[in-house]
Design a protein around this ligand. Structure first.
Ligand code: 4NP
Length: 140
């Protein structure tokens, strides 16, 4: 079983989107979760924009999923930790402090635009979907 964690700034827009798209692609065999680099949204549910896009594309998501900040224990436990943008990767490397660097990757070249700022959840979804398919191929 592969253990994959997607990480973004707030864990309410991009990384939960990737989590539930990836869960659909890999089925029940893999453990797929998501985390935040910050504690800003701790305990808050998935953004309604991400909920709507997942719903409109026919994905299941956990309505009880709430934002959780990534810990060093997460870095130890997951096999692959994927930051949604370059700043996320920088923050993950800082947390890793050299110990788990080989597990930390950027989701895709250029990173995933943050709909918290752009308001464009469709654009983000298109990039997340392509990226998840690429990660599935890479990790299979
Ligand atoms: P996310 O988007 O990192 O894709 O979940 C954001 C969510 C919340 C904030 C920033 C980005 N915020 O500033 O609270």
């Amino acid at each position: 079983m592969k253990k994959v964690c997607f990480v973004c700034l707030g864990n309410i827009c991009r990384s939960p989107m990737a989590e539930f798209v990836m869960k659909e692609l890999v089925g029940a065999d893999w453990q797929v979760e998501s985390r935040a680099t910050s504690s800003w949204e701790h305990g808050n549910p998935i953004h309604t924009g991400t909920q709507s896009i997942l719903q409109s594309k026919g994905y299941w998501f956990d309505p009880n999923k709430t934002s959780q900040q990534v810990t060093r224990e997460d870095l130890a436990n997951f096999d692959v930790i994927i930051g949604m943008d370059n700043q996320n990767v920088t923050d993950l490397r800082r947390l890793s402090n050299g110990q788990f660097d080989q597990k930390i990757h950027l989701f895709c070249e250029g990173g995933v635009p943050d709909p918290w700022y752009t308001g464009d959840f469709e654009e983000t979804y298109a990039i997340v979907y392509q990226g998840c398919r690429a990660w599935l191929a890479t990790l299979s």
